[in-house]
Design a protein around this ligand. Structure first.
Ligand code: PHE
Length: 342
């Protein structure tokens, strides 16, 4: 076959092959096959030696013309393929910024902690200072200074865990009253939040470990109306102005007189429901005027000073607030419950 025909045939074949080439890799292979050192066009150039000398320049020019033509075509094709490949890559890597993301798991404070923080904030606003003390307490502070001498029948109501005869897990936060009075001078205005322990079986309303917040005010001329006013302000701050308090006479050896305080049931607004056992009230704390005997035992002149104290049960408030009907749910650490409360 004459070289001209070979060149035409080669040009046509490469042109149609190029049309079908759609990847960079295939294009590179085609380039090597046609234009490479061992490629078809190079082979034709090398074969020129067999031609008559006068034919060589003409044929050489034809081969070069074809080489330029094919090189240009391949360049165009390469640009087109690169563009298409870039577009495909961009499309594949597109990030849809409007797609909702998976939210990271975020922890939350425990309901008891939430209530504790809220009460602290509330009482801080009323001028109280937070004071903390030991959970492993001397019998002396937990009972004796609270006017509960050894063998006093009222100790039975607060049966606890004894380390030895003198060391107990505190049964209430009241020993903090003694610790405060023995280390501070009136006026004293403190709250003491913390864990307390009693030898109770765990059931829907009892737990051997629970939480209280003690409050103590010692100053000149403190009266029952100061106590009422303080607790009234606390209840309204916590639950709003339509909450009422109800004082019922009670007995604690360390306060005289003593009372238990109920708040309007927030679940039924006082109408009566399951949570308040149809009474319309929920008991949340014990309180009273500090027994002068306790003031004296703690080194405070009871002729000059008087005081009031209260002990709030935090579990009660948390259950009331979050509609939790079984105390045990607060201690199970079940994320399905805890995750709902923030
Ligand atoms: N400490 C008492 C209790 O645990 C509560 C209380 C505190 C009562 C302060 C009066 C004054 O039940």
């Amino acid at each position: 076959m004459a070289i001209v025909d070979t060149l035409r045939e080669l040009t046509q074949r490469v042109e149609s092959e190029l049309k079908a080439t759609d990847t960079s890799a295939a294009l590179d292979a085609l380039k090597v096959k046609v234009l490479g050192k061992k490629g078809e066009l190079t082979a034709l150039l090398k074969g020129m030696g067999q031609l008559a000398p006068e034919e060589r320049p003409k044929v050489g020019a034809q081969i070069n013309e074809v080489r330029e033509h094919l090189t240009a075509l391949m360049g165009d094709r390469e640009a087109a393929i690169k563009k298409a490949e870039r577009e495909a890559a961009l499309k594949a890597e597109t990030i849809d910024v409007t797609e909702p993301r998976k939210l990271p798991k975020v922890g939350a404070a425990h309901p008891i902690t939430l209530v504790m923080d809220e009460l602290i904030e509330c009482f801080s606003g009323l001028g109280f200072e937070v004071m903390e003390g030991p959970e492993v307490e001397l019998d002396h502070y937990n009972f004796e200074l609270m006017n509960l001498p050894k063998n006093h029948p009222a100790r039975d109501a607060q049966d606890t865990f004894y380390m030895d005869d003198n060391i107990v897990l505190r049964t209430h936060t009241s020993p903090m009253q003694a610790r405060a009075m023995l280390t501070r001078k009136p006026p004293i205005r403190i709250i003491c939040p913390g864990r307390v322990y009693r030898a109770d079986e765990l059931d829907a309303t009892h737990s051997p470990v629970f939480h209280q917040m003690e409050g103590l005010v010692v100053d000149e001329n403190m009266s029952m109306s100061d106590l009422r006013g303080t607790l009234e302000a606390f209840a309204k701050k916590l639950y709003g102005n339509d909450v009422s308090t109800r004082f019922r006479p009670s007995f604690f050896p360390f306060t005289e007189p003593s009372a238990e305080v109920d708040l309007t049931c927030t679940a039924c607004h006082g109408k009566g429901c399951r949570i308040c056992k149809d009474t319309g009230w929920v008991e949340v704390l014990g309180c009273g005027m500090v027994n002068p005997k306790v003031l004296e035992m703690c080194g405070i002149d009871s002729t000059k000073y008087s005081g009031f104290a209260f002990g709030i049960g935090l579990e009660r408030i948390a259950m009331k607030r979050y509609g939790i009907t079984d105390l045990r749910m607060l201690y199970e650490g079940d994320a399905r419950l805890l995750g709902q409360i923030r």
